[in-house]
Design a protein around this ligand. Structure first.
Ligand code: ZN
Length: 869
């Protein structure tokens, strides 16, 4: 059982006290750290004079002393209960000095202050600051921070915190100190410090108004050659935010620090971002193109938070999507501008439709603005981030780019320096547009993925075409009945040549449960292209024929929908194959898909990156999300068969295209080169399904010739997952010896093995856990092995002997004592038991029960497990 109470949005109360200034002093020692905080506090206007001051402090924090206006606090004046320290009988204005002792070296949860491979680092979002000192650890309490760090000079030559360095000096015994001051009031979750032996890469950026900003990226010396791309991305992001949102950076220095041990991707601490190395280090030899793009987007995301998150922050954690949904939307548009809008959209929608839709259909489903939680860490979800970004995107679609920009300008101007709500964000959009967005706000309060059913009729005599749109939304834990959403549905009507019928491309606004839209002067039965660009996060249902999908995949005037038509055609075919497998019928290949794939392969008009996407079959994860009852074996076998059959039927074309995409040119991370490598790897993947020694040789030659990780890794993956076991072992070994000193590359090596669908994966995973490069304390390693096995190896994880489930439960129980956030995240696959057959349901539930029987579960794991059984 968990001790932690449920927190409700409806119980929100404004803080009774504000902290004007926060002076912190950290004495960093090997065994322990002493923290002295000096707070200047005032009672909030209008607050009850009897109101207690509530400070938060984690149980691991040892309280050494508390003084109020220079006097030790009397025993009856304070009370510590759970995470709350309440002070009574307070003056309207006072100073509080609090000394605490903490133990960063023993901090394995990686929240608060901890040691990452000899580097002190903090993670305070959402509630990590209370693991450092006693403080009103809530985002609506903002304060000006001044921070002094004291540490051994030789071990920790670099001492960083938020803002600007204002003083420094040396002390006896080889120690030194630095004081930092951040002029911008901020909530405690944006506090950060770093101390360690770090190297730096420096550059400058001159803002629109001509201010020169010093940019620094810190990492271990061995990684100094992997920082240029992050720096370049940062400068492009700074410029983009000035151009697209009119946002200028507001300090003289911007720092990023790379650490190996980090629970998430990165953190936007004011002026001092802390990054998981996986999201900042990039070098062609060690980093794939996909990872390069991830670095670019995460660097931009954290930078964009400086306005959407830091200058304007959240009132409470229920408003998390205020900063995250908006900032994801901003980073998505940035990446689209840097690369290709359509490609980026395909990537976003694929992730949303597999992972977020699955979350929305599961026991942890919650609205973009949740109503309650036990542990806020459990709500850093795809719903808050990705669906939240879709909601902002819909506002952008409904208002159009100009009004949307006026809306963000108003939002930033109106709320600068404040802690606000998603309602405030929508209000700014309503005010600039004069639109009533009250119905639109249901996207924030109602969970679940809406269905959008579309039917049509054509009246030839009247030349009228009608689209009948009908929406509904399934029940989710917070509500059984849903009210209709305000949904932008972008459409076009095409004639039988595939040309756009003039005037028909538009955004239909569906607000009722059912609505009919009429188009006049339509000369012949048109073909509708629906939900273009995926204009709303819904499941579309329209009875296209296979032939119409094949037609749209060629002619749709929307790039995203061209891709989508091909995908839906493949989905149908795969669903028929899945049914065949379940009925014990032999597989057979339908000619239509071969024709479509063949014409894509031959079409020289299609850009190689798009071609690669078009030729990639829907993932097992997406097929699972679409299934009524998930049959992991049938899904795997059907997809495998189709890949192999397409490889065979079009063998010469795959090989020709691989050859055409092969190049001697040196690596470049440009759009054209990324596209070329992507298509080349897609071709290799198909060819390798044929179990043909000639293609094994091709893959090995690609592996050996590659001057970059994108081609080397794809070749390794193709061989490692093939049936050539000796070659697989040899190549994995070679790769290991080449890269064993590159921790991030080793994560790839682990992941490739953990995702190998061949039988016996669990035993291989057990061996990986014994491997010297494995480290069960490092979240990246846990994700590479345990996360990958449980989420990207469905045939093995869901094996009917139940061993995969028991393995995961063992790991959760072990990890819960060490790092509850990671334990809780890894638990996700077990929570999805309702979507499986009776036998698997029982096996999965049994493991959830086993976890729940553990007496001292963290709030994190308790919340997810208890809501899931
Ligand atoms: Zn964020």
């Amino acid at each position: 059982m968990s001790q932690k109470p449920v927190i409700y949005l409806k119980d929100y109360q404004a803080p009774a006290y504000q902290i004007l200034t926060t002076d912190l002093r950290f004495e960093l020692n090997t065994e322990e750290t002493l923290v002295t905080s000096h707070l200047r506090i005032v009672r909030a206007e209008g607050a009850d004079t009897q109101a207690p001051l509530q400070l938060h402090g984690h149980e691991s924090v040892e309280l050494i002393s508390l003084t109020l206006d220079g006097q030790p606090l009397a025993a009856q004046q304070w009370q510590r209960e759970g995470e709350l320290l309440s002070l009574q009988a307070l003056p309207a204005e006072f100073e509080l000095i609090c000394v605490t002792r903490i133990h960063p070296a023993q901090n394995t949860a990686l929240e608060g202050l901890y040691l990452s491979d000899g580097i002190y680092a903090t993670q305070c979002e959402a509630e990590g600051f209370r693991r450092i000192t006693f403080f009103p650890d809530r985002p609506d309490v903002m304060s000006v921070f001044t921070t002094t760090l004291i540490a051994d000079q030789s071990q920790y030559p670099i001492l960083l915190s938020n803002g600007n360095p204002i003083a420094q000096g040396e002390l006896e015994g080889g120690r030194h100190w630095v004081t930092w001051q951040d002029p911008h009031p901020k909530p405690a979750y944006l506090f950060a410090l770093v101390a360690g032996n770090l190297s730096k890469f420096e550059d400058h950026f001159t803002t629109v108004s001509g201010r020169k900003v010093l940019l620094q990226i810190y990492a271990e010396a061995k990684d100094l050659d992997k920082l240029a791309y992050a720096m370049d991305s940062l400068k492009r992001a700074m410029q983009w935010d000035e151009e697209v949102y009119g946002r200028e950076y507001d300090l003289d220095i911007y720092m990023i620090v790379a650490v190996d041990f980090f629970n998430m991707g990165a953190m936007e601490n004011k002026g001092l971002n802390i990054f998981n190395t996986a999201c900042v280090l990039a070098h062609p030899r060690t980093t794939t193109d996909a990872a390069f793009q991830r670095v670019e987007s995460v660097v931009a995301h954290e930078y964009f938070h400086n306005w959407s998150g830091n200058r304007v922050t959240c009132r409470d954690w229920f408003q998390l999507s205020l900063k995250e949904g908006f900032t994801v939307f901003r980073d998505q548009c940035f990446s689209a501008d840097m690369h290709s809008e359509t490609l980026k959209r395909v990537e976003e929608v694929s992730m949303l439709r597999t992972a977020q839709f699955a979350e929305d259909a599961g026991p942890m489903a919650h609205p973009v603005r949740p109503e309650s939680f036990i542990e806020i860490s459990n709500f850093y979800t795809l719903t808050v981030y990705e669906k939240g970004a879709e909601v902002v995107r819909m506002l952008h679609t409904l208002l159009g780019p100009e009004l949307f920009r006026q809306g963000t300008d108003l939002y930033f101007a109106r709320h600068d320096g404040q802690a606000v709500t998603t309602d405030d964000f929508v209000q700014a959009m309503a005010d600039v547009s004069g639109r009533d967005l009250s119905q639109f706000k249901r996207w924030y309060s109602q969970a679940g993925t809406p269905r959008l059913q579309v039917r049509d009729e054509y009246d030839a005599a009247q030349q009228i075409y009608r689209l009948r749109l009908k929406q509904s939304c399934p029940a989710t834990p917070e509500a059984a009945e849903k009210l209709p959403f305000h949904m932008p549905v972008k459409i076009s009507l095409l004639d039988d040549e595939g040309a756009l019928i003039p005037g028909t491309q538009q955004v239909l606004e569906l607000t009722a449960a059912e609505q009919v839209f009429e188009f006049t002067q339509i000369q012949a039965q048109p073909l509708p292209s629906l939900l273009q660009g995926f204009s709303a996060p819904v499941k579309l249902d329209y009875p296209y024929t296979d032939a119409q999908l094949a037609f749209l995949s060629k002619h749709d005037n929307d790039g995203f929908n061209r891709w989508e038509a091909g995908q839906q055609l493949a989905v149908r075919l795969l669903q028929r194959l899945i049914a065949d497998y379940q009925a014990g019928k032999p597989f057979s290949l339908e000619a239509r898909l071969v024709e479509v794939w063949s014409s894509i392969l031959e079409d020289e008009q299609i850009d190689p990156a798009m071609k690669s996407l078009l030729l990639t079959l829907p993932s097992e994860a997406y097929l699972s999300e679409l299934a009524e009852v998930i049959d992991p074996d049938a899904i795997h076998q059907a997809r495998r068969f189709l890949r192999q059959a397409l490889a065979q039927a079009l063998e010469a074309q795959w090989l020709n295209l691989w050859t055409a995409m092969d190049s001697e040119a040196a690596y470049q991370p440009t759009r054209e080169e990324i596209a070329r490598r992507s298509l080349k790897n897609t071709c290799l993947g198909y060819l390798m399904t044929l179990d043909n020694a000639a293609y094994l040789a091709l893959a090995e030659s690609q592996f050996n010739a590659a001057d970059n990780m994108t081609e080397q890794q794809a070749a390794l993956m193709a061989v490692a997952h093939s049936n050539f076991s000796d070659s697989a072992a040899a190549l994995l070994d070679e790769f290991f010896h080449q890269w064993q000193h590159e921790s991030l590359v080793m994560n790839q090596w682990l992941g490739i093995q953990a995702s190998d669908p061949k039988p016996g994966a669990l035993a291989r995973v057990e061996l990986l856990r014994q491997h010297p490069i494995y480290d069960a304390r490092n979240p990246n390693k846990l994700r590479a092995v345990i996360g990958t096995f449980c989420q990207q190896n469905p045939v093995n994880f869901h094996a009917l002997d139940g061993q995969g489930y028991a393995f995961l439960a063992d790991r959760i129980l072990e990890l819960d004592r060490q790092n509850p956030q990671i334990a809780s995240r890894l638990l996700t696959p077990l929570t999805r038991w309702r979507k499986y057959d009776a036998q698997r349901q029982q096996l999965m539930q049994a493991q959830l029960q086993r976890i729940l029987q553990e007496p001292n579960l963290s709030g994190d794991v308790y919340e997810v497990a208890s809501k899931s059984v």
